[in-house]
Design a protein around this ligand. Structure first.
Ligand code: HEM
Ligand code: HEM
Ligand SMILES: *[C@@H]1O[C@H](CO)[C@@H](O)[C@H](O)[C@H]1NC(C)=O
Ligand SMILES: *[C@@H]1O[C@H](CO)[C@@H](O)[C@H](O)[C@H]1NC(C)=O
Ligand SMILES: *[C@@H]1O[C@H](CO)[C@@H](O)[C@H](O)[C@H]1NC(C)=O
Ligand SMILES: *[C@@H]1O[C@H](CO)[C@@H](O)[C@H](O)[C@H]1NC(C)=O
Ligand SMILES: *[C@@H]1O[C@H](CO)[C@@H](O)[C@H](O)[C@H]1NC(C)=O
Length: 407
């Protein structure tokens, strides 16, 4: 990360902080009845609770609130605890609030099993493992536009450890016969679990770390693949012969940018692989396939350092064509994959606009050089017809000028 360009990084981080720091405690102010309250990772969701420790049980009074994503006006919200080792859907003992278009919302308790995940219809049950649910109710908080579930749980201390409680929440939009049906499986929906220490109101484990690493992943990829590589290409295209002949230097800039970009991007890529590995139940196939393509072929491009034919070789011309075409194709795939990554995040408007700003910046530089090239070319064709014979400027329509003859 030390190689990252400071201005760009600061620029991106400024955007990030603006999109990750919401109004943190404001939703909680609406539930003064609860001693502990926090916003959950899912946008707009809150969790508030009071607990009381008895000899063999813990009495836990909870409130879970979440909005329905517009334009939906019906669906379900769910919150539950999982007595298993991990905070996950299967095994969760859930309270589900069913929200109808008309009529008041209703609530029920469910035991969520493997079969649920495979699509079997859930049936309500009062026989939950290790807990009892009392006074469950669902309501609509018009001011905050939240649907809320409130209930009192009696947890058996032998089954649930309140300093390591797995809790799980979800919002879905399909309902059948008063039971919840499958929910979306975007990042937001599979991220909705954590292990919390109710005594300190702190999250345990690697979940926070993961969302931090996601930001690092995004920044490194945008800076590495999305900024340095294109700058390197611009240097190779415009500083080599036309419009500016920066003998020697263009190659240093080109190789320097490509090396920094490649190393930064690869670090981001490795973090991506790790993130993909950790969220075992979910793979973002398009993003992953593009990512592997990008890594494989930028590696091939980097091999140009060693495996380039000599300028005198017959097939150097074809090698150049291949190197340039692959280079441009990579830029396109990188651009697509960055937007793909941002769309996986959902609601990453800050990310989207910072990348668009970078693209606009790179586009402006390219446009400038392109215009400058034409300007010089036109000027030259009038004034110095003699010189034109040795130095034919590249036609922009031909793509990149035939390359590195001189080094
Ligand atoms: C009603 C029928 C339901 C179906 C068919 C269903 C289906 C699924 C599927 C297929 C996944 C895996 C997504 C993926 O990794 O690609 C999943 C994940 C998840 N579901 Fe459900 N689900 C249902 C109900 C619920 C309920 C009621 C809750 C909340 C209590 C819930 C919470 C979760 C959570 C937190 C995840 C992500 C973590 C994990 O995979 O364990 N689901 N669900
Ligand atoms: C060209 C640049 C990029 C490459 C090569 C790349 C690579 C990867 C890879 C290999 C994965 C693992 C996929 C899986 O196994 O499911 C991944 C996941 C992911 N990437 Fe990217 N990525 C890039 C850009 C971005 C950007 C710009 C963002 C967002 C700002 C982003 C956000 C994500 C997210 C949210 C995940 C899922 C993480 C998780 O499962 O917890 N990526 N990326
Ligand atoms: C709850 O109370 C029991 C017995 O009073 C005690 O053994 C246990 O450590 C307590 N747990 C917490 C988290 O305070
Ligand atoms: C707690 O559990 C123990 C044994 O499991 C039992 O002997 C005791 O009566 C229980 N205490 C209460 C208050 O239920
Ligand atoms: C509750 O579930 C357990 C196992 O999950 C089962 O052994 C028990 O018979 C059930 N009790 C009732 C009343 O259905
Ligand atoms: C449940 O509600 C009833 C009446 O609304 C109340 O008397 C009772 O104390 C409540 N139980 C709990 C555990 O909050
Ligand atoms: C509950 O979890 C905490 C933290 O992991 C641990 O220190 C404590 O011994 C556990 N308590 C019980 C009763 O298992």
């Amino acid at each position: 990360m030390s190689s990252s360009p400071l201005p760009v990084l600061i620029f991106i981080l400024a955007f990030l902080s603006s999109c990750f720091s919401g109004d943190a405690s404001s939703k909680c102010e609406n539930f003064p009845k609860f001693k502990s309250c926090k916003e959950l990772r899912s946008p707009g969701a809150v969790f508030a609770y009071n607990y009381q420790n008895n000899t063999n049980t813990t009495q836990l009074e909870i409130l879970f609130g979440a909005p329905l994503r517009p334009p939906h006006t019906s669906g379900w919200i769910a919150w539950g605890v999982n007595p298993g080792k991990r905070p996950e859907m299967i095994g969760t003992q859930a309270i589900v609030g069913i929200i109808n278009e008309r009529g008041s919302p209703t609530s029920n308790t469910f035991d969520i099993t493997k079969e649920t995940r495979l699509g079997c219809l859930l049936l309500p049950t009062k026989n939950l493992s290790g807990l009892q649910v009392l006074n469950a109710s669902v309501a609509y908080d018009g001011k905050e536009r939240l649907y809320t579930i409130s209930a009192t749980l009696v947890l058996e201390n032998s089954v649930y450890n309140i300093s390591r409680l797995n809790h799980v929440w979800q919002v879905g939009y399909a309902v059948e016969n008063g039971s919840p049906r499958n929910h979306p499986t975007t990042l937001r929906n599979i991220d909705s679990t954590e292990t919390v220490d109710l005594t300190t109101n702190e999250v345990r484990g690697s979940k926070n770390y993961r969302s931090y690493l996601r930001s690092v992943h995004g920044v490194l990829n945008i800076v590495g693949w999305g900024t340095f590589l294109p700058i390197g290409v611009i240097a190779a295209r415009y500083l080599r012969v036309y419009p500016i002949k920066w003998e020697g230097w263009w190659a240093y800039i080109h190789m320097g940018c490509q090396t920094i970009g490649y190393l930064t991007g690869t670090t981001g890529w490795v973090i991506g692989l790790w993130l993909g590995h950790v969220s075992k139940y979910h793979t973002f196939y398009t993003h992953r396939t593009f990512a592997i393509f990008i890594f494989a072929f930028t590696t091939l491009q980097m091999l140009a350092f060693r495996l380039r034919p000599k300028p005198t070789d017959d097939y150097r011309k074809y090698w150049n064509m291949y190197h340039h075409l692959l280079g441009y194709a990579l830029l396109v795939v990188i651009c697509l994959n960055i937007f793909k990554g941002i769309s996986i995040l959902q609601g990453g408007e800050g990310w989207r606009w910072s990348y668009i700003a970078i693209l606009a910046f790179l586009g402006a530089i390219t446009l400038f050089f392109e215009a400058y090239t034409w300007f010089k070319f036109m000027g030259c064709s009038k004034n110095c017809a003699g010189r034109r014979q040795n130095q034919v400027p590249p036609s922009p329509a031909q793509g990149k000028p035939a390359a590195e003859e001189k080094e």
